[in-house]
Ligand binder design. Sequence first.
Ligand code: K1U
Ligand code: ZN
Length: 180
Amino acid sequence: MALPSPVSAMTIRPLVILPDAVLRRVSDPVGPITPEIRTLVADMFETMYDAPGVGLAAIQVGVAKRVVTIDTSKEEGVREPRVFIDPEVVWTSDEKRVYDEGCLSIPEYYAEVERPDRVRVKFRDIEGTEQEIEADGLLATCIQHEIDHLNGVLFIDHISKLKRDRVIKRFTKAAKRDAA
Ligand code: K1U
Ligand code: ZN
């Protein structure tokens, strides 16, 4: 008889795609870091690296918990996985930065978004320890994009209404085609 393994396999979870209303939900605080949360985090990394993406919010795999995974490492073959539990932006720079953003929930659509260049973020790590970091560059952009997801906000909410309506229409049509 096979004994239960202490190491569980990681799973690539299906991504929630625009215009699914789940993406507009405001996620709940995590509270205690349970085995379920650890499994969620492991699965989120597996899903993010597979996509591939540089960030992922739990709501993008259909879980309304305030959990974010990020890896903005630029070096080929070097991973720098970061987990942000219940993250909060506590300071933003006055200087702004424009980045051509993408989103795993809006595949193959990119648009320029202006956000603060630097941010300070308070969060808990996977052990539940309070941390605070200052981020700049892609990490700062990515953290803000992911915290937006936790609040039901998408990067297309930062572009013109004309462009946003156009992309929503395109994805709505595609979803109807796929369902037929
Ligand atoms: O939250 C998400 O949907 C993930 C998203 C994060 C993000 C990208 C760019 C700016 C802000 C936030 C992505 O990872 S989209 C894919 C992407 O940018 C990428 C994929 C492979 C290599 C490098 C970048
Ligand atoms: Zn996104």
